[in-house]
Design a protein around this ligand. Structure first.
Ligand code: KG4
Ligand code: ZN
Length: 339
């Protein structure tokens, strides 16, 4: 056994400031400061996000290191999110990583946020080893900003075989939640309310898109028009039917996601199937994929709940694999909003 590698991960791409420490693939700490300021605005306000990151980053990193029970001089490298994300938010994490790497005289590793969501499937968090996907596996990456089907051939070798042509799945959850006057982010709330509702109560249109691509903007529109019509007859329609609306909407989104996932798995002949991204926290989606483990003999992998939404442990694990390959970033690196 070689010497252990300690990676400090920093994530600041959107509205959560997070830092984590990994010892090889094992998470020692993962600390997240959520930003409540956006709740009242029904979405993330970029200017407020970068300001909050600026305030949070030092205490968050400090806490992650303390919680890990290590000292800064033990850190082998600092991994940070380079993108995609909000430029002002990314700049805070990137600048902080640069300063810290310089002062500790250790390398830094730039990380693609989407790749990190996928590699969250490799994070170990307890003494008993979690089973991890075998290459090649097919990953359904569903977050607030992205919906992709990705063939993962190796830790750092990924190919996008399908993606949304408009809204992401998380956006569909969040935008429809907003239409129902639910606070941001709506995904977790819809998930919770759906448990009490009937998924067959209402029908919403599903898109017809070629290949493995997705589309969710039509669903949002049909949801909006449906509610607008109903509200004319009954101003309390949403309030009276909230659980059924959530259950039916969630079922439609999951059906859309599953249809292409099943088709891709069949055509590509892959039975190792993983989920990743914030929407993989959804209990209905988890159930749907798990049921395929039985009917289609898939081996299903889902990150631990706390590693599905944005977190720094996923940045650190990606940093770990890049560190092993010697893929470092130089001090003149800058963030990229779109990759
Ligand atoms: O991966 P993530 O934390 O951030 C991005 O990189 O976008 O994903 C956030 C998205 C939001 O749209 C949120 O509503 C959704 O994940 N989400 C959920 C659930 N938990 C988070 N959507 C449905 N059900 C959930 N339980
Ligand atoms: Zn994310």
């Amino acid at each position: 056994m070689g010497k252990s590698v300690y990676i400090l991960g920093i994530e600041s791409s959107c509205d959560d400031t997070s830092a984590a420490v990994l010892k090889d693939t094992r998470v020692l700490s993962n600390f997240i400061a959520n930003q409540d300021v956006h709740k009242t605005y029904g979405g993330v306000v970029p200017e407020l996000a970068s300001r909050a990151h600026q305030q949070n980053i030092l205490p968050v990193v400090d806490t992650a290191i303390k919680n890990a029970g290590i000292t800064p001089d033990q850190i082998s490298a600092i991994a940070f999110t380079r993108g995609p994300g909000l430029m002002g938010s990314l700049l805070v994490g990137t600048s902080f990583a640069k300063g810290m790497a310089l002062s500790l005289n250790i390398p830094m590793v730039d990380v693609n946020h989407l790749q990190a969501h996928i590699l969250a499937n490799f994070i170990q968090s307890s003494e008993t080893l979690k089973k991890v996907p075998e290459f090649p596996f097919l990953c359904l990456l569903v977050s607030g900003g992205h919906s992709q089907l990705v063939v993962v051939r190796d830790y750092l070798e990924m190919e996008i075989v399908g993606q949304t042509i408009d809204d992401a799945a998380g956006e569909a959850f969040d935008k429809c939640a907003k239409i129902m006057d639910l606070p941001y982010p709506g995904g977790p709330l819809i998930d919770k309310l759906a448990k009490e509702g009937n998924p067959a109560a209402f029908k919403f249109s599903k898109p017809r898109i070629a290949g493995f691509d997705y589309s969710f903007s039509g669903l949002k529109t049909s949801f909006l028009y449906f509610l607008r019509d109903q509200l004319v007859n009954d101003p309390d329609f949403i309030e009276k039917n909230k659980a059924d609306l959530c259950a039916s909407l969630q079922k439609t989104i999951i059906d859309i996601l599953m249809e292409k996932l099943i088709e891709a798995a069949r055509k590509l002949k892959i039975k190792e199937i993983a989920l990743a991204g914030g929407v993989s926290a959804n209990s209905g989606l988890r159930d749907a994929v798990n049921s395929m483990a039985v009917s289609k003999k898939w081996k299903v992998y889902i990150p631990e709940f706390r590693f599905t939404t944005d977190n720094a442990a996923m940045i650190a694990i990606t940093g770990y694999y890049k560190y092993l390959k010697g893929e470092f970033a130089s001090q003149d690196i800058s963030p990229v909003a779109r990759i």
